[in-house]
Design a protein around this ligand. Structure first.
Ligand SMILES: NC(=O)c1ccc[n+]([C@@H]2O[C@H](COP(=O)([O-])OP(=O)(O)OC[C@H]3O[C@@H](n4cnc5c(N)ncnc54)[C@H](OP(=O)(O)O)[C@@H]3O)[C@@H](O)[C@H]2O)c1
Length: 318
């Protein structure tokens, strides 16, 4: 089968090689899946660079989420590859206990995008931030993969959504996704507009996949008893959270590592998948897939993600 392999850590276009490798053999509790579509994620970049919390032994096949057909039964499923990576290939192994059915009528490229970012958004907003209907949610990098899912999920939960993103095109995307307000945070500081929109109160929940300066500024517009959800650090800087500031303003900084629920509470993932399938059936969420590319174009697509050029999700089809 064709598969992208990483033999040394680095930039995708420098280190990815498309190779012919053996179709993997399922081990105990695993199934072989013919990959129909695999979505790109920022963690792919970190993993390929050797900077992710999981550092796979070389060589490895990247790609953390996929949809495909179980080779033996033809059943369409969604989920992670068995090892946590290995989706950028024609076939992948999945754990039989860690795959979920594709919602009825959902096309492959959308199904490939319903797992990581939507699970993270749902758990982040509901479980970690305890979002209540009527609250104001500020979603940073709202036109990205994680951000676009969070905008839709926050709206579906009855929140007012303010989104930030870089540039006018992405701001328009945030509005199309359902954001009530959208701010180009490369053109202006978002603190003033957020305070103005909320009548000086600030946002109840801030969902932050960017970190760095964006986290620092978020502390200036978090509401009384607000929750800042730390989702990621695409800016490249991990900000410090001064505890005296959390005390004087009565807010919480809430960490989110969705992957931990796989071991700590696996039933939550199935419950969230059911919720996401229901929301999809009701038309409340729909993954924004801006590009569907052939598997062969993985390096260019990953480089575009690194350069901050992608919108929503980019999906590869073998
Ligand atoms: N905590 C968890 O459990 C969990 C789960 C999944 C993903 N994540 C994290 O969530 C973050 C987003 O992942 P994603 O796959 O959805 O990526 P993405 O949002 O599709 O892409 C990253 C976005 O970050 C923004 N950004 C700001 N500064 C940037 C910079 N210096 N370089 C690149 N991008 C920059 C860009 O949007 P603008 O141009 O609009 O600023 C860019 O589109 C990542 O940090 C990822 O590791 C966390």
């Amino acid at each position: 089968m064709r598969a992208w392999q990483v033999h040394e850590f680095g930039k995708p276009s420098d280190v990815l090689r498309l190779e012919d490798v053996e179709v993997p053999t399922p081990g105990e509790g695993q199934v072989l899946v013919r990959v129909s579509a695999a979505a790109l994620n920022f963690p792919d970049l970190l993993m390929i660079a050797g900077k992710y919390q999981v550092r796979p032994p070389l060589p490895f096949i990247p790609g953390v989420e996929l949809t495909g057909e179980i080779a033996e039964t033809g059943q369409r499923v969604i989920g992670p590859p068995a090892e946590g990576f290995g989706a950028f290939a024609e076939y992948a192994l999945m754990e039989a206990a860690a795959l979920w059915p594709v919602p009825d009528g959902m096309p492959d490229e959308q199904a490939a995008s319903l797992f990581l970012t939507y699970q993270t958004g749902h758990v982040g907003l509901h479980r970690r931030a305890r979002l209540q209907p009527g609250e104001v949610v500020l979603v940073h990098a709202g036109a990205g993969g994680v951000g676009s899912a969070a905008i839709q999920l926050a709206k579906a939960a009855g929140a007012t959504v303010i989104a930030t993103s870089g540039g006018p095109e992405k701001v328009a995307v945030c509005r199309q996704l359902g954001a009530d307000h959208a701010i180009d945070y490369l053109a202006e500081d978002f603190v003033g507009p957020v305070k103005e929109i909320t009548g000086g109160r600030g946002a109840d929940v801030i969902y932050d996949p960017v970190g760095g300066d964006v986290f620092d500024r978020s502390r200036k517009c978090i509401a009384f008893e607000g929750r800042i959800v730390v989702v990621g650090f695409t800016s490249g800087r991990i900000a410090d959270a001064p505890t005296n500031h959390a005390l004087v303003k009565n807010y919480s900084v809430v960490g989110l590592h969705w992957g931990l629920y796989r071991t700590h509470e696996p039933t939550l993932i199935s419950e969230v998948h059911d919720q996401l399938s229901r929301l999809y059936a009701e038309g409340a969420i729909k993954p924004l897939v801006s590009q569907t590319l052939p598997l062969g174009e993985a390096p260019q697509a990953l480089d575009a993600l690194r350069r901050r050029e992608t919108i929503g999700k980019v999906v590869l089809t073998p």
